[in-house]
Design a protein around this ligand. Structure first.
Ligand code: 3H9
Length: 692
């Protein structure tokens, strides 16, 4: 397939890049660009070149799937040097996203025109790397380092309008190609303007001072992410080094970062997230059902948050409660939540009013009757859910999708309360629903394929990261979390203290440890679940029996004196834990942070192996996507299954065997799949996706 199509308008050649799906700069495209520029330079009938693109994206950047493989010539920096050095003017016509290497292509051109819908960004930082084809050198030269650096540090793309204000592009509201051809003709008449690499007027002393101030701030905040430090070093090179040396220094840093395990994990996560949307058994031909109107049952924190997700995506939604008082309260809570965004300045009052206008409060299930999809977010109890679904079955129109937001109950049993189980699916949002990215789509065997396809399309429309999972207790995320919770309790009894466990977990990269998290969420939630399941947790139960539910009661695993946001160690709790260890005849011992991490995470990985074996998740990457987007697993560790591969499955098997022997808990014995992979010297990455 040709990745670049050439056409001609008078003396201007137009090279249209066409490399679906997103015009990534694959080796073939790089070679085609070189060939094009060389041909244009040598063609006496051509005076200028426009680089344009077909499809949604201008260029989404380097082809990330090539990273980690031996580099193939021509390398992108060479291609861009060739474009920049072209003796005839080259104009970029940016109609969609220009990201990473894509923006770097545009920076090497002699002029950049952008349509209003274009987005411009250097997102490399999110992949654990830095721009590696001149971005750190050309962007500061073009707009100044103080403006260029934040774009590279956050990795967030900017609008074409903002790009125009920064002097990065010229905004074109009419026909982009016409405007680019006119620009090319104008430049051809004037001669090639100064190349970006030759610009020096933006790199002033004041700019450097402003950049250094930003760099100091970034150094303080960046933790141990090596790419933020490398980015600062590379950008500084724009001031201290001649262009070719700055480019070489940038490249050396880029290559070093590419080999770092942290970047590998981030790239793995990028592809895992996208692969999760390709569900075995649901091919692209399965058409999603149209969703024009939604309804949400239950206006608590969760239901209100889900209603906001619909409104944020422009879908009208009826928010339903059982009484006027409850709906008034729930509706007001939604308004208040939007109000916080307005106060923070992240949302205008007009946008808030627009969204509130999409949310209609109502009393009684009949109000859901006109909806194409209803999401039930009522009390987490099977009887309640079955009763609601039985009634929904009577009021919903044929073909409507009936979804439950249950976080662990059996969706098939809920579906069986209706005469249309094929239309029932689990849509498990995470709290706060309007913020958290993950959407577990729970698919009991009876759910129709087009219902799953609709749920996936809806997930993307709501800006979520959807992952399809099978129907089992706790699905993927909470089923694995339960293992970590049990492991944390075991650690307390074996000799660790809450602050030691939490410190090990935050040291691993989580924002919060399990005990601080439990205190935040409220220990009574887990207590209620344990009671309903008939399970016990000696320390957790004892704390709840003493009324220590966490932050809301001022004490839990920690003490929260008036106004304290982080907990303080409580000698009373530590004495209680020691007493429970003694009652159980355990001689307490100390644990290193590494031991704590292993004891918490290995059982989760083991459960993940079971989940794969049972087909509850189709791929290890689906499990990792769940943990990265719903449970704040540190992104640069790639998720629990990827992490297990980096540790080595044989190591994890040995550690689990030792834990099982020490605790006498047979559930800690390695799952058959884990044992098999370890014995074969393989990792989870070697597994192929399971067919549905
Ligand atoms: C870089 O440029 C380094 C340079 O500085 C230096 C180099 C020397 N490569 O997200 P979607 C695939 S680093 C390969 O679902 P959307 C993706 O896997 C790069 N593949 O669509 C998926 O495949 P599939 C800097 C890529 O419309 C399909 O395209 N650039 C790439 O929601 C559709 O993707 C970035 O970090 C890629 N670069 O969003 C941008 N990008 O269908 C990364 C996408 O088989 N990309 N694919 O599952 C994005 O942010 C989004 O994909 C984009 C489209 C906004 C472009």
């Amino acid at each position: 397939m040709e990745t670049v199509r050439l056409s001609q308008r008078g003396a201007v050649a137009i090279a249209t890049i066409d490399n679906p799906p997103v015009n990534a700069l694959s080796a073939a495209l790089r070679a085609a660009l070189v060939e094009t520029v060389q041909a244009i330079a040598a063609d006496p009938k051509v005076e200028a070149l426009v680089i344009a693109a077909a499809g949604r994206a201008f260029i989404a950047g380097a082809d990330i799937s090539e990273f980690g493989k031996p580099p193939v010539e021509p390398l992108l920096p060479e291609v861009l040097n060739l474009i920049e050095a072209c003796p005839k003017p080259v104009v970029a016509a940016i109609q969609g996203v220009a990201l990473g290497g894509g923006l770097e292509v545009a920076l090497a051109c002699h002029a950049r025109l952008a349509a209003p819908a274009a987005k411009l960004g250097l997102p490399e930082i999110k992949l654990g790397i830095i721009p590696g084809a001149g971005g750190t050198q050309r962007l500061p030269r073009l707009i100044g380092a103080a403006k260029a650096f934040p774009m590279m540090l956050t990795g967030e793309p900017i609008s074409a309008e903002k790009g125009a204000a920064l002097g990065l592009v010229e905004l074109v509201s009419g026909d982009l190609i016409e405007a680019a051809v006119a620009k090319a003709q104008e430049l051809a008449a004037q001669g090639v303007p100064a190349r970006t690499s030759e610009w020096t007027d933006k790199l002033t002393d004041a700019d450097r001072e402003a950049f250094e101030a930003l760099a100091k701030d970034a150094t303080a905040k960046s933790g141990d992410m090596p790419n933020a430090m490398a980015l600062i070093e590379a950008v500084r090179g724009a001031f201290t080094l001649p262009f070719p040396e700055g480019l070489a220094a940038e490249r050396a840093l880029f290559v070093r970062l590419l080999a770092d395990e942290r970047s590998k994990a981030l790239r793995y996560a990028f592809f895992a997230e996208r692969e999760a949307t390709h569900v075995p058994g649901i091919d692209a031909g399965v058409k999603p059902r149209p969703l024009a109107q939604a309804a949400v049952i239950g206006a608590g924190t969760m239901g209100g948050g889900i209603a906001m997700c619909f409104a944020n995506a422009g879908i009208p939604v009826t928010l339903i409660e059982t009484t006027q008082e409850l709906i008034d309260k729930g509706h007001a809570r939604v308004r208040d939540t939007y109000g916080f965004s307005v106060k923070r300045g992240s949302m205008s009052e007009a946008a808030r009013d627009e969204r509130m206008a999409l949310i209609t409060p109502a009393v009684g299930l009949a109000a859901a009757g006109n909806a194409d999809i209803v999401v039930e977010a009522a009390f987490e109890e099977m009887g309640v859910k079955r009763q609601i679904f039985g009634e929904l079955d009577k009021v919903m129109k044929p073909g409507a999708i009936l979804a439950t937001n249950t976080s662990y109950l059996d969706v098939a049993t809920i579906a069986a309360a209706t005469a249309r189980p094929q239309d029932v699916v689990g849509l498990h949002f995470f709290s706060p629903a309007n913020v958290m990215k993950l959407l577990e789509i729970v698919r009991p065997t009876g759910t129709a394929g087009d219902v799953v396809a609709t749920a996936l399309a809806l997930g993307r429309k709501l800006g979520k990261v959807p992952v399809v999972v099978g129907n089992c207790f706790g699905f993927v995320g909470n089923r694995m979390l339960a293992q970590r919770t049990r492991a944390a309790e075991r650690l307390l009894i074996a000799g660790a203290l809450p602050h030691e466990v939490d410190a090990a977990v935050t040291g691993f990269g989580f924002k919060m440890g399990p005990f601080a998290m439990s205190d935040l969420a409220g220990g009574d939630i887990g207590w209620r679940t344990r009671k309903s399941l008939g399970t016990k947790a000696a320390v957790a139960d004892a704390l709840c029996e003493a009324g220590r539910f966490g932050q809301k009661t001022g004490k839990g695993y920690y003490l929260y004196p008036e106004g304290a946001r982080t907990g303080q160690r409580d000698p009373e709790v530590e004495a209680l834990i020691e007493r429970i260890s003694a009652e159980k005849g355990v001689t307490r011992r100390s644990f290193t942070s590494d031991e704590i991490v292993a004891r918490l995470m290995d059982p989760m990985v083991n459960e993940g192996a079971g989940i794969l074996e049972e087909g509850i998740a189709a791929r290890p990457g689906d499990i990792d996507t769940v943990w990265l987007n719903g449970y704040n697993w540190p992104a640069w560790r790639g998720g629990p299954m990827h992490w297990a591969d980096t540790v080595g499955l044989d190591v994890i098997v040995k550690r689990l065997e030792a834990q099982a022997a020490e605790s006498g808990d047979a559930t800690l014995q390695p799952a058959p799949l884990l044992r098999r992979l370890a014995a074969e010297g393989k990792g989870f990455a070697d597994l192929k996706a399971r067919a549905a």
